[in-house]
Design a protein around this ligand. Structure first.
Ligand SMILES: [Zn+2]
Length: 159
């Protein structure tokens, strides 16, 4: 056992092969429905197929393993207006994102509140939360929230 304050190197330091990194713990989530209301016209729409999406979540810092959500979700086609749509999972992640909201807000907090530059923020997320996010992705997230708060400011000014 290490005493308090003793230095313990990150166990992944020096690992150069991806296969040697700790395997992610897979957590299943379902957003798989037989029918969903169409987001355009509210007509009930049957499931067309079920597909799978993997989202990287904040990992388990005790075991040192990353954590991935495997989301099975349904795709639907509206019989009335013919539009295609997915079962909603806005509570988990933004559309097309590979990361959960938890990862995005943690990354943005590290930069905006703690003042970490992008590269150290990326390293921190891996070392302490076992999620690998390229620093350029973090930059995109921070800039997107910056735009959001700027437009909020604008709205305040015009009110
Ligand atoms: Zn419709």
């Amino acid at each position: 056992m290490l005493g308090p304050g003793e230095y313990a190197a990150d166990e992944t330091q020096g690992i150069t092969r991806v296969e040697d990194l700790p395997k992610p713990k897979l957590v299943r989530r379902s957003r798989n429905y037989k029918r969903r209301p169409c987001p355009v016209c509210h007509q009930s729409a049957y499931r067309l197929r079920t597909v799978k999406r993997t989202l990287h979540d904040l990992g388990d810092s005790l075991s040192g393993h990353p954590r991935d959500l495997v989301v099975m979700y349904s795709q639907h086609r509206c019989p009335r207006c013919n539009c295609y749509f997915n079962a909603e999972m806005d509570d988990l992640a933004l559309p097309k994102s590979h990361y959960t909201h938890r990862v995005v807000s943690m990354a943005v907090r590290l930069v905006v509140e703690d003042g970490l530059p992008y590269r150290p923020a990326s390293w921190h997320l891996w070392r302490d939360h076992r999620v690998f996010v390229p620093w350029a992705t973090i930059q995109n997230w921070v800039e997107a929230t910056g735009e959001k708060s700027r437009s909020r400011d604008k709205n305040r000014l015009h009110r």
